[in-house]
Design a protein around this ligand. Structure first.
Ligand SMILES: Cc1cc2nc3c(=O)[nH]c(=O)nc-3n(C[C@H](O)[C@H](O)[C@H](O)COP(=O)(O)OP(=O)(O)OC[C@H]3O[C@@H](n4cnc5c(N)ncnc54)[C@H](O)[C@@H]3O)c2cc1C
Length: 555
């Protein structure tokens, strides 16, 4: 039996033929279901789900005969939380309905508010539709087209971590059992004693992966490729928005540029399912997509990226010697360094929970882990915006998401739009004045011990997933003492540097640290704004400073 195509459900009382005509170009890859009311659309949806199919998208007019449009999305979302939701307003109603409906997009009630095409080849409309379908495609557990085949008998911690890395690098992957057809095919190609996970990427000889780094090196190479005597103009540590922007601007201005990234490209932003406030993306953009576009842009200008490479040490050069960055796979020598290593989540420091990291317990909202939470009860610890975004993302799959906070109210720490979105989502609830004090399970998380922070009362709840988003501390254990930092570990730059480290009564330049030729940008910098736009702005702004350091203007 062939697998049915994913469905697109088109809902309009009077213009469903227009929609059907417009979506005709997708009919090869998706099954189109026209409906003239919410009731009919729900019937179509049930039919698709009953025969084991998937709904990729709901497209509806701004007015429906039997339900207000937000309520309609609410009902459709209850049936299929993963489908993308689009309003295609008929042009007769666009101006009148728009102001009332647009607010719903900002709060995530639906994904796009578009004008129904007025004629053929409305590519702006189709651009939005294909972007959303592509976003939907990246959330499908088993994508149709894969770049990397993983052969593994178990969905263990390493297999999951490799998939998470590949997802964040926009490399679709899929896991097969060793005795499946794909498994046998890859095992036949493997030249050695087979072990798992066995990773077959982009037609390269398969490798047995012992770490995510092995996979990263297999696909993207290692710094050992660089000639040891070679000194690059700029080495960027971290490929979040700050590092990516520094790479694009530095390479585009002709400086030889290398980026070393401990995990996947994108940093914290890359783990965000939807960035809604980045300039120029009115419908929002997934962090992974933004990061991969920036990476491609930087590569186009000649940047070399090494992912899965933790910088363990930075040895500042003196008397004109290059700075040396050390990784387990080799060293990079650079005339200048941009520290863009961002921040990482604070640890919970409850021992039984720390032991289950990767086995139901995750720091950050691992996108891949979210998919594994289908129909499960999951918990999110944290009251900030990243906890809010993670909860909304998890609620696409999980049966219930409970946000745990120590404070009595979420509104103190989370943006109003997210608080509203959470209130609206029936799968998400908030448990206030609560701390996680214990947890356990047989090989993976199965239960949590919770404590009321006011009364000390404890109870135990079944839990399949725990996502810890506890606020941030800088990634800085590798930064040498010569680079001055504040009490929390953030790197000091410009006038924030203590006066006793100023030279000739002058502070370092704006984004310059206390070591000549070493700069800092983004969240790792003391006083930074902790946003994608500010991090990328600082990454771009650091480049003129690097330029003048490398080639000082002669007086
Ligand atoms: C879930 C989530 C959602 C968010 N949503 C939004 C949003 O909607 N809008 C918004 O404006 N902001 C948002 N933010 C905040 C935003 O993502 C950050 O402010 C931004 O990513 C900071 O960029 P950065 O480059 O300074 O650091 P990061 O993004 O933290 O990137 C730093 C990178 O450096 C790497 N690194 C660290 N140490 C080393 C080392 N020793 N060697 C090599 N590499 C290293 C890390 O692996 C990481 O990839 C969100 C954050 C999160 C977590």
């Amino acid at each position: 039996m062939t697998t049915p195509n994913p469905a697109i459900v088109l809902i309009s009382e009077h213009h469903v033929d227009t929609l059907l005509d417009e979506f005709g170009r997708y009919a090869r890859d998706y099954d189109l279901y026209p409906a003239t009311s919410l009731k009919e659309a729900l019937g179509n949806t049930r039919e698709v789900l009953d025969r084991g199919g998937q709904v990729a998208m709901f497209v509806t007019e701004s007015v429906l005969p039997d339900a207000e449009v937000h309520l309609a999305f609410h009902k459709l979302r209850e049936k299929v939380p993963t489908a993308r939701r689009v309003i295609a307003a008929h042009w007769e109603r666009f101006l009148t309905d728009g102001p009332g409906l647009r607010a719903g997009m900002a709060t995530g009630k639906y994904d796009a508010y578009l004008l129904m095409p007025r004629g053929v080849r409305d590519e702006e409309f189709h651009n939005a539709i294909t972007d959303l379908l592509s976003d939907w495609g990246s959330t499908v557990p088993d994508p149709e087209v894969v770049s990397v085949k993983i052969i593994s008998p178990a969905r263990d911690q390493l297999t999951l971590a490799i998939r998470d890395f590949l997802d964040r690098m926009a490399m679709p992957s899929r896991v097969w059992e060793p005795d499946s057809e794909a498994g046998r095919y890859v095992l036949d190609l493997y030249d050695g004693e087979p072990d798992y996970p066995l990773v077959y990427a982009l037609n390269r000889p398969p490798i047995v992966a012992r770490s995510v780094r092995d996979v990263a090196i297999n696909i993207y190479g290692a710094p050992t490729e660089l000639d040891l005597d070679h000194v690059v103009d700029v080495a960027v540590v971290g490929a979040g928005p700050a590092g990516l922007a520094a790479a694009v601007y530095s390479a585009s201005e002709g400086l030889s540029t290398v980026v070393l990234e401990a995990e996947a490209v994108g940093g914290q932003a890359g783990t965000s399912s939807m960035i809604r406030n980045y300039l120029g993306f009115p419908r929002g953009i997934s962090g992974m997509r933004l990061a991969q576009r920036a990476r491609n842009q930087a590569i186009r200008f000649g940047t070399r990226f090494y992912t899965g490479q933790v910088v363990d040490e930075l040895r500042p050069g003196s008397n004109g010697d290059p700075h040396v960055l050390c990784t387990e796979s080799g060293e990079v020598r650079a005339k200048s360094v941009v520290i863009a290593s961002g921040v990482a989540y604070r640890k919970l420091r409850v021992d039984p929970i720390e032991e289950l990291v990767g086995m139901g317990v995750y720091y950050g909202a691992a996108m891949t882990a979210a998919r594994e939470m289908e129909n499960q009860d999951v918990f999110v610890v944290g009251g900030g915006n990243s906890a809010g975004q993670a909860s909304v993302h998890l609620a696409r799959w999980a049966r219930s998401v409970t946000i745990l906070i120590r404070r009595p109210d979420l509104a103190e720490t989370m943006s109003a739009y997210l608080v509203g979105e959470i209130k609206y989502n029936r799968r998400i609830s908030v448990r206030t004045c609560t701390a996680v004090v214990d947890g356990g399970g047989d090989g993976r998380l199965e239960w949590l011990g919770l404590e009321d922070v006011n009364t000390g009362e404890r109870d135990t709840v079944p839990a399949y997933g725990l996502f810890l988003l506890l606020g941030a501390e800088p990634h800085c254990d590798w930064i040498p003492p010569a680079v001055t930092r504040d009490d929390h570990g953030f790197v000091l730059t410009g006038r924030d540097v203590p006066r006793d480290r100023w030279v000739d009564g002058l502070p370092p330049e704006n984004l310059a640290t206390t070591v000549p030729g070493i700069f800092a940008a983004g969240d790792v910098r003391a006083g930074s704004m902790k946003r994608v736009a500010s991090a990328s702005g600082e990454g771009a702004s650091v480049v003129p400073l690097v330029h003048s350091f490398l080639a000082p203007a002669s007086d």
